[in-house]
Ligand binder design. Structure first.
Ligand code: NOJ
Length: 957
């Protein structure tokens, strides 16, 4: 007899009450680890880990000197099953005893990406394979595969093993994949060097779909046909269907990415050997983890199965595209044995990072990204999942949030207080309490009697409102949203597929719209339109919270894995993309609510690879502690490494009350998060900036203003990311790829390639901080312009007024320096240009501007300038992407009066006297003035008055 997965009603309310009261309670206890599975408690993870142990033992005695890896793997390629079809090599692989042939497809894409797909040749029941449609670019339109003629297949015997090598020549690089028949393994060789290696440890294991054995035999292997966790039972209708494989990065010592975890940037080992290794694998399973712990591989709210490996010569990546629960073990091998292709018989020792990936269901679909450099890897990754699109410009400003602003008056008073204290902000947020009893899309009319008037009042000074709209729908037949969804059959179903899945969340008894159902998505999108969302205006934007989904009375606080989605799919198959699909439906709704369409802004808590297309995310419920301030850096960087660029942590910490020092430091760091929002738990003391005493208030004001000053720089960075996929905030190794000492650095980071931030995150706020200036380059303190020459180390004594931020010599940074109360009001403001002269006397940078709201930039309505300084001359030229279209001309006209009001050149070697400004055939002379400690540190051209949309030159003589 099956045990019900639902606890009894009384228990439910107790659980709910417990969840709510513990959420409301004041904090500082730690995560309830027992609420979440360990690998041993997750049956498939455990089976694969045990299998891997067996393989390791068996393999130890085998010959390590051969070119082709010798393992005990029971899988081999079936004789005569290999063929090359256009860009795809097809082979049948089979377990020596199980005799269920697996179809392997190995395809080359134009960029050198190799895609490997595997599943049963004839699966007993279909495996979920729509992840590719929902995750890959443009929702699955054809990927750019290599042309058939560019690929070559060679079959030969190496070390007595038959191998099939597919080679693809691109430019000067040869990409080849060598598949060994028996045991089956695969080496991705880049210029003949084995780099990414599959099944070379023998961990590949594919649990083929099978008939359920007679009931008494069914659970001989624990958890195969039914799995219990605490009071829940997962009915596992398809039995075991997981698969796992080892992927080794040969020649690498560092791997990064696979967010979301609270672990260090350079991923620690999870088993075997490493001193500080975790004892659990990294888990990817979107979960609402209350009071998450730091330095832990436990799953959090989002999952991006994308890992990047870097060494001094190259960067490569692996994208394991699977939407089910996934675990990843990581081990570091100081020197692994690698047979060389050329010196057969002899062996070479190289370091390696070995990883072991295991997913619970679906099709095995893995992409190997060959780089060879970081920019290549990001171009390749963006080719798969698209880069981050240009966000609404206002969303780069400061967001003022708390759970909850009580009523309309409170909202407007927070807004005017910020203005009164000359603190710019762009968005004020409303959490769940603004609704009528947690019925989203409604208002508590007693507290918000006139939401439209409130939104309009905010809009007068360019401010916006964000409302939370969670994915759980209160079960209430009088609630229109519930009624429509229920009548249309849009809710996720129970395991039998007969009734709507029911669970508990903020509103009590709730149902969840099924985002696997395209009609349900269209319907929910429409609810965000102005004519559907009561009392909404175009000034309202959305926050999707709890979309892992969080189900208070569910196993691991989420939905039962055997709940049914559209098409009959189990929740297990789609769990990790569920939140993203809601994020997408919300963004679609906002995008289409106006004609012509405007860019949406939606913040989501749950995410997957591809979520970057729909908006921002944040790192969830952190705590007001110094350790959480510190941990936010690797968390934000790891997400950027995995292509989720628009991310931030709650400034101030969600749980608990930060003291003034911590809050000040958090703002000073928070302005460097791509997404910059202060947020706080309902039970915390109010902490809006003006409530702090001096000098803290001034420090925070300075920090927020610094963010606003640099908004043109941030927006230009987003533009770059939208074209190249490059992270916005970058670990040092991305900018200094051969400086091995920086490979694990996570206390210092780069914003784009021009700014280095060395945040102070220690509770002792008067301290000495060591700064290492990398490379043979000048670095300039961004405030004082004092210069430092790299490579060098220097110790700085800091107090709360100091922030250590340096501009890299050789860069040009564009700012706007007039104080306004929102970014909207800065749109026609003049610019200031800073030239930070590099060691070789040159500098370059870019400025990108558009209307910040619409998609007109797709028609060319933008100004993008290349600013280059050399031979004591600064020139502004249009970027190569600038096209003379009618939309461009229109935009130029709108911006015709926007000028450069100041030019500052830092680090000019010779003292010069004047600037000759040439624009549109007219020249003018301007006297130079000098500022700064060293006489020649900073040379200022006051009001060169050149126009931002025009070509011009400024010569220093
Ligand atoms: C959980 C979110 O993480 C938090 O930011 C929010 O304030 C609460 N839910 C209430 O909506």
């Amino acid at each position: 007899m099956k045990t019900s997965s639902k606890p009894k009603v009384g228990y439910i309310s107790m659980l709910y009450l417990a969840a709510v009261s513990s959420l409301l309670a004041h904090v500082c206890s730690a995560v309830k680890r027992e609420d979440f599975k360990t690998c041993e408690q997750s049956a498939f993870c455990n089976r694969h880990r045990v299998f891997a142990e067996t393989m390791l033992k068996k393999t130890q005695s085998l010959d390590k000197g051969s070119v082709i890896p010798q393992t005990a793997s029971p899988y081999s390629v079936l004789e005569n099953s290999v063929s090359l079809d256009d860009h795809t090599l097809v082979a049948s692989v089979q377990h020596s005893e199980e005799k269920v042939p697996l179809k392997f497809e190995l395809s080359f894409m134009e960029s050198g990406i190799v895609r490997i797909r595997a599943q049963e040749e004839v699966p007993l029941v279909p495996r979920f394979d729509d992840t590719q449609k929902l995750v890959l670019r443009q929702e699955g339109t054809a990927l750019p595969y290599a042309s058939p003629g560019s690929i070559e297949l060679v079959t030969e015997t190496i070390d007595r093993v038959i191998t099939h090598t597919v080679s693809y020549l691109k430019g000067n690089t040869t990409f080849s994949v060598r598949m060994a028949e028996s045991p089956w393994s695969l080496d991705y060789l880049i210029d003949n060097k084995p780099t990414i290696r599959l099944n070379t440890k023998g961990f590949f294991r594919f649990e083929y779909l099978r008939q359920k054995p007679a009931s008494e035999e069914a659970n001989t292997v624990s958890g195969e046909w039914e799995e219990k966790f605490k009071t829940w039972t997962d009915s596992k209708p398809n039995g075991p269907e997981s698969f796992g494989m080892d992927i080794s990065f040969s020649g690498f010592e560092h791997v990064y990415g696979i967010p979301e975890h609270s672990s260090p940037l350079s991923l620690k080992g999870t088993r075997g050997g490493d001193k500080n290794a975790y004892d659990q694998p990294y888990r990817l399973y979107n979960l609402d983890v209350f009071e998450y712990e730091l330095d832990n591989p436990m799953a959090l709210y989002g999952s991006i199965p994308f890992m990047v490996a870097h060494n001094a010569n190259s960067t490569v990546g692996v994208f394991w595209m699977n939407a089910a629960e996934t675990w990843i073990d990581v081990t570091h091998e100081k020197s692994s044995t690698l047979g060389s292709l050329f010196s057969r018989g002899s062996t070479k020792k190289v370091p390696a990072v070995n990883t072991h990936w295991v997913s619970e269901s679906g099709v095995m679909d893995v992409f190997l990204l060959p780089g060879p450099n970081t920019a290549d890897v990001y171009r390749q990754y963006a080719e798969l999942v698209e880069p981050t699109p240009l966000p609404r410009a206002f969303s780069l400003g400061y967001h003022q949030c708390r759970w909850n602003y009580i009523d309309q008056e409170d909202v407007l008073s927070v807004s005017s207080k910020l203005e009164e204290h000359s603190i710019p902000y762009d968005v004020i947020w409303l959490d769940i309490e603004h609704t009528d009893g947690k019925r989203y899309f409604t208002w508590d009319t007693a507290k918000f009697p006139d939401p439209v008037a409130m939104q309009n009042e905010l809009a007068r000074s360019g401010h916006k409102l964000v409302n939370v709209v969670d994915p759980h729908i209160k079960h209430d037949s009088a609630y229109q949203i519930w009624k429509e969804a229920s009548e249309s059959g849009y809710f996720v179903k129970n395991r039998e597929g007969t009734e709507d899945f029911q669970g508990w969340c903020w509103p009590g008894d709730s149902n969840w719209v099924d985002y696997l159902n395209p009609d349900a998505c269209k319907w929910i999108s429409k609810q965000f339109h102005i004519d559907h969302y009561n009392q909404s205006t175009e000034n309202l934007f959305i926050w999707n919270d709890m979309n892992e989904p969080s189900v208070f009375n569910g196993p691991e606080i989420t939905m039962d894995k055997d709940a049914r989605h559209h098409g009959g799919w189990e929740h297990r198959d789609v769990h990790n993309i569920f939140g993203m699909l809601y994020h997408k439906a919300t963004a679609d709704g906002l995008r289409t609510r106006e004609s012509p369409n405007k860019r949406p802004f939606v913040l989501s808590r749950a995410y997957f690879a591809g979520s970057q297309r729909y908006g921002a995310i944040w790192t969830g419920d952190n705590t007001a502690e110094w350790s959480h301030l510190q941990a936010s850096i690797p968390m934000v960087l790891s997400n950027n490494i995995a292509g989720m660029h628009f991310i931030g942590a709650d400034v101030g910490g969600f749980f608990g009350n930060p003291d003034q020092k911590l809050l000040t430091r958090w703002y000073q760091l928070g302005i460097w998060y791509p997404f910059f929002r202060a947020h706080a738990h309902i039970d915390t003391k109010r902490r809006e900036p003006w409530l702090l005493s001096e000098p803290y208030l001034s420090y925070i004001r300075d920090a927020i203003r610094e963010r606003y000053r640099l908004l043109p720089f941030w927006y230009t960075l987003f533009r770059e990311a939208s074209l190249t996929g490059m992270p916005l905030v970058r670990p040092m190794w991305i900018e200094f790829p051969s400086e091995t000492k920086l490979f694990a650095e996570q206390d210092t980071f780069m914003v784009g390639s021009a700014i280095m931030v060395v945040p102070a995150t220690d509770s002792n706020t008067d301290q000495a901080i060591d700064v290492a200036f990398p490379s043979q380059e000048n670095w300039y303190d961004i405030k004082t312009h004092t210069s430092y020459i790299g490579p060098s180390k220097r110790q700085f004594s800091v107090d709360l007024s100091t922030t250590l931020v340096f501009a890299r010599g050789g860069s040009v940074i564009v700012t706007r320096e007039r104080h306004r109360s929102s970014s909207d009001l800065m749109k026609r403001d003049p610019f200031t240009i800073y030239v930070y002269v590099g060691r070789n006397g040159t500098a370059s940078g870019r400025l990108y501007v558009d209307d910040g709201d619409t998609y007109d930039y797709e028609q060319g309505a933008f100004i993008e300038r290349e600013l280059s300084f050399s031979g004591a001359k600064l020139a502004s030229r249009p970027s190569t992407l600038t096209k003379d279209t009618p939309a461009y001309q229109d935009y130029l006209k709108k911006m015709a009066n926007v000028r450069v009001e100041r030019l500052v050149v830092v680090g000019l070697r010779n003292r010069l006297t004047k600037a000759i400004v040439a624009e549109s055939g007219v020249t003018r002379e301007i006297e130079l003035s000098y500022k700064g400690a060293a006489n020649d540190a900073e040379c200022v051209v006051r009001d060169p008055a050149v126009h931002i949309g025009e070509d011009w030159e400024i010569n220093f003589v």
